[in-house]
Design a protein around this ligand. Structure first.
Ligand code: FAD
Ligand code: DHB
Length: 390
């Protein structure tokens, strides 16, 4: 088989790229090692920046999001006995975020690909890249016991943190920057009314908590936990008790609780791999960078990478331009590092660190007090939260 762009991974990055290219008449094939059901079963991000909303609309995959997504003008930050609202719309001169789950985004992209007859090959085993140094790199894989090869012009590594693409950048070229945090997030999804109309981020001495949502009838909650926590030990009752112990009384007393429909633990990590391009291979999304989830930047960064990558490939195929491909890594990393900084900072001010002493706690409370008392600090916070421009 031959294609113009071979894409590894049918997460949001790979599907969105394939769809944007298709709409410009550029051919691609997506290889995914899992089943569609498995991909959709992963409960992940929930907050979309306007840039990502615009990109999904440009990809003709935004119809359901525009109907069912919840536009949020602000959110709350709690610490000690204080509750403070960050008014995103007011602070940014009109910007908001969209609450719409990654599962729904992925489903809409899968449907959009299918509607246009896009080729997405699921359960592709042993995906590998060969001849990356030549003019025509190839993707090889095994499906139903048969080996296949796809000859490509370019390859997009959209295969997430555990994918194989990144490994094809030679060790003497690839630079890794990493920070692992000494805690994780225990997340629960439940068919219950959200605790509040807006998201609530809580810094509590027992640990961080977040009240989020997926719709007006479905809630998503997170609590900070140990990084090696045993999920089996977290019964629903224990989760609700611990969550409520960290929330302001006024929220905890009135919130609806119910059985969990998903429960999982995510480790927290900051990670950047550079460069994001090597010859004919381009990395995008989690394949190149990870942020801790605080501030909801992971999925949104994947979207901005795809904006740059699709523009670069479209520039090449439509106008024989190579400058956008040449500038891809630098353009992406410029935005990536700013989102890394924001996610690291928000993680640092909102969590309880195991080795935190009274000085560290004093600094944390001063950060929060300054933030809630200063319009300029809030404006900077809001500017980053709604997403820096592409
Ligand atoms: P992925 O979604 O990881 O997609 C990569 C795809 O490649 C997968 O489908 C995978 O199966 C496939 N793949 C991997 N290896 C191969 C291979 N060898 N061959 C073929 N296919 C392969 N972000 C937020 O903003 N907020 C959150 O609350 C949040 N929670 C998260 C919780 C967890 C547990 C994780 C892991 C991430 C979370 N994120 C969150 C981050 C966000 O989900 C990611 O940034 C986003 O999924 C990135 O999309 P992607 O398409 O780049 O990668
Ligand atoms: C969600 C996750 C986040 O990390 C965040 O900052 C906000 C919302 C969520 O999954 O709903």
């Amino acid at each position: 088989m031959r294609t113009q762009v071979g894409i590894i991974g049918a997460g949001p990055s790979g599907l969105l790229l394939s769809q944007l290219l298709h709409l410009q008449g550029i051919d691609s094939v997506v290889l995914e090692r899992r089943t569609p059901g498995y991909v959709l079963g992963r409960i992940r991000a929930g907050v979309l920046e306007q840039g990502m909303v615009d990109l999904l609309n440009a990809a003709q995959a935004g119809e359901r999001m525009n109907k069912e997504g919840l536009v949020h003008d602000g959110f709350e930050i709690c610490f000690g006995d204080r509750r403070h609202r960050i008014d995103l719309k007011e602070l940014t001169g009109g910007d908001t975020v969209m609450v719409y789950g990654q599962t729904e985004v992925t489903k809409d992209l899968m449907d959009a690909r299918e509607a246009l007859g896009g080729l997405v090959i699921y359960e592709a085993e042993n995906v590998d890249i060969v001849d990356l140094d030549g003019e025509t790199p190839k993707l090889t894989y095994r499906k139903d016991g048969v080996d296949h090869e796809i000859v490509c012009d370019y390859i997009a590594g959209c295969d997430g943190y555990h994918g194989i693409s990144r490994r094809h950048i030679p060790e003497n070229i690839l630079k890794i920057h990493e920070r692992v945090y000494p805690f994780g997030w225990l997340g629960v999804l439940s068919e219950t009314r959200p605790a509040s109309d807006e998201l609530i981020y809580v810094n509590h001495w027992r640990g961080f908590a977040l009240c989020s949502m997926r719709s007006t009838t479905r809630s998503r909650y997170y609590i900070q936990c140990a990084f090696d926590e045993d999920l089996e030990e977290w019964t629903d009752d224990r989760f609700w008790d611990e969550l409520r112990a960290r929330l302001p009384n006024s929220v905890a007393e009135n919130m609806e609780i119910g059985p969990s429909i998903e429960k999982s633990i995510a480790p927290l990590r900051s990670f950047v791999a550079e460069p994001m391009r090597h010859g004919r291979l381009f990395l995008a999304g989690d394949a190149a960078h990870i942020v801790p989830p605080t501030g909801a930047k992971g999925l949104n960064l994947a979207a901005s990478d795809i904006h740059y990558l699709s523009s670069a490939l479209i520039g090449y195929y439509k106008q024989q331009r190579t400058d956008l491909m040449d500038g891809y890594s630098e353009k992406c990393l410029n935005r990536v590092w700013k989102a890394e900084r924001f996610s690291w900072w928000m993680t640092t001010i909102m969590h309880r660190f195991p080795d935190q002493n009274s000085f560290d706690r004093g600094i944390q409370l001063a950060e929060l007090d300054y933030l809630c008392g200063s319009q300029s600090a809030q404006a900077s916070f809001a500017e980053n939260y709604v997403g820096l421009p592409y």
